[in-house]
Every structure is written in structure tokens, then in C-alpha cells.
Write a protein that binds this ligand. Structure first.
Ligand code: APR
Length: 252
């Protein structure tokens, strides 16, 4: 038993019963759900050249403006890493559940890696954007056309110098309003919320678990370690996403 489980002893069988009796299920995932695909978690150790920088300093507009090449290359490095990985059993289990029980599960993710979508999940609410998307750093003018941007690190408009940035939500930036609103609506309406592979350190995403609980849903956390949301949970399943989710979501 993980140390943090001593307060909320629960087993997957109990949570599976909750799941089978739930009308609607909301799932919030974080970087941990992609860990078993070989994708480093957000606060996990950076490797090689990137180990000298803090992700929190690079995933900001200030960081990009101060070091555009460094930040652009960091995102390109992460995109290259993602090109070589596959969705894992956790991503697949969630996608299969959605396919087998249409409309019963809403998937909300903090991840920008696109692995849920590659596994076949649909209607994924991507709170923090998409690492493969691009947009202008400053409000685009008539001269700014992404497909005409000068290929550089980062690409830029050769008329006004506007830079292209990754289409992700950086620290201090607002989340896409419609996506967050849809996520809040889903967790308020669900009977069970699964919180999978997130440290629960970043709001407003982390606030969704409390919102679900306050609206009357049961909350279960799946994580091999303690998280900042443990006190919101009715159950803590101490394990990895790829080991717990397939058994939890398997057809009865
Ligand atoms: N299965 C499940 N959980 C795991 C696994 C695994 N195999 N491996 C690690 N974890 C857990 C860790 O214990 C940790 O709680 O995943 C979590 C990863 O935490 P973070 O790296 O902080 O990632 P996350 O919580 O998703 O960060 C949220 O913060 O910085 C922003 O935008 C960034 O989307 C990110 C957000």
C-alpha cells in the first residue's frame, strides 16, 4: 500500500463498482497518463541539454520573448520526442470505453501531446492546448501568414517580424474559455470523476476535482504517488495509469 493510501484505503474493485453504476464519468488526465509511453512528465527530470532549464521558466510568454530560439527548440525537441512514441494501454482503455459506451465518458486533459486523440478518444477537452499547433505571438496583421513565415527558430513574419509560437497555454495565460467551461460543466454533471496522473498543482485544471465533489460526484485518484488533490478524493488507487485503467474500464 502506498503511504498516502493509509488515509483512504480503497481497492480498484470498489471504484469499478462506482464506475459501473455511474451515469456519466468525467476523467481528468495529466502528464502521468503519458509516462508509460515514454513521455517525460512535466515536472519530471529534464534530460540532456534541457536539464539546465526549468520548464516553468520556458513555458511562459516572458521566457519565449527573452529566449525565442531556446523556447522554440525546446518545444521542437518535445515534438520530436512525441513523434517516436505511441499511446499506452491507459490511452487505449479510455478510447475503447468511449467507443463502447458513447456519450458516457468526458475526457479532459492537461496534456498537449495528442496521445489521447491518437489512441482514438474523441471530444477531448484540451485545457492547455496542443503542442503541434502554432499561432502568432502578437496579434497577426495583414502581412502575417503562417504558411509564408520565414522558416527559422522560431518562424517569423518577414514583413513585421511577428514570431510564431506553439499553440499551448503558457503559465499566466488564460485557458481557452469554451474548453474550460465545457470541462466545468462535465465535472458538475458527472457521478464519478477519475483524476489520473496529475500532481494537481496547476489551476484551474486542478480545481475541477473539487468542483466535481462539491456537485455530489465521487472522486477517485489514480497515481503511484501522493498528489495535491488527495484530500479531495473518496478513493486513491495507488498505481500507474497503464496498469490501473485497463482493469478499471474493462467491460463488465
Ligand atoms: N501513471 C500515473 N501517474 C503517474 C505516472 C504513471 N505511470 N508517472 C507519474 N505519474 C504522476 C506523478 O506522480 C505526478 O503526480 O503524474 C504526475 C505528473 O505531474 P506533473 O509532471 O506536475 O504533470 P501535471 O500534473 O500534468 O502538470 C499539470 O502543469 O506545468 C503545467 O501545463 C503543464 O499540463 C501541465 C500542468
Amino acid at each position: 500500500m502506498c503511504a498516502h493510501e493509509q488515509r483512504f484505503p480503497a481497492d480498484a474493485g470498489e471504484v469499478r463498482q462506482w464506475l459501473q453504476g455511474a451515469g456519466h464519468i468525467a476523467v481528468l488526465t495529466g502528464a502521468g497518463v503519458s509516462a508509460e509511453s515514454g513521455v517525460p512528465t512535466f515536472r519530471g527530470a529534464q534530460t540532456g541539454y534541457w536539464a539546465q532549464f526549468r520548464p516553468e521558466d520556458m513555458a511562459t510568454e516572458e521566457g519565449f520573448r527573452a529566449h525565442p530560439r531556446r523556447v522554440w527548440d525546446w518545444y521542437q525537441h518535445r515534438r520530436d520526442l512525441l513523434a517516436g512514441v505511441q499511446p499506452n494501454a491507459a490511452h487505449v482503455a479510455l478510447a475503447q470505453f468511449q467507443q463502447q459506451q458513447p456519450g458516457r465518458l468526458t475526457l479532459i486533459t492537461q496534456n498537449v501531446d495528442g496521445l489521447h486523440q491518437r489512441a482514438g478518444s474523441t471530444g477531448v477537452l484540451c485545457l492547455h492546448g496542443d503542442i503541434f499547433a502554432e499561432r502568432w505571438l502578437d496579434t497577426p496583421r495583414n502581412c502575417c501568414h503562417i504558411d509564408h513565415a520565414v522558416a527559422d527558430h522560431p518562424p517569423y513574419c518577414d514583413r513585421c517580424g511577428n514570431m510564431v509560437r506553439p499553440g499551448v497555454v503558457w503559465f499566466g495565460e488564460a485557458l481557452p474559455y469554451a474548453t474550460l467551461e465545457a470541462a466545468q460543466k462535465a465535472v458538475r454533471a458527472c457521478d464519478l470523476m477519475l483524476v489520473v496522473g496529475t500532481a494537481g498543482a496547476v489551476y484551474p485544471a486542478a480545481g475541477l476535482a473539487r468542483l466535481a465533489r462539491e456537485a455530489g460526484a465521487r472522486v477517485a485518484i489514480i497515481n503511484p504517488a501522493a498528489s495535491a488533490l488527495d484530500d479531495v478524493a473518496h478513493a486513491l488507487l495507488c498505481g500507474t495509469a497503464a496498469s490501473v485503467l485497463p482493469a478499471l474500464l474493462a467491460p463488465p
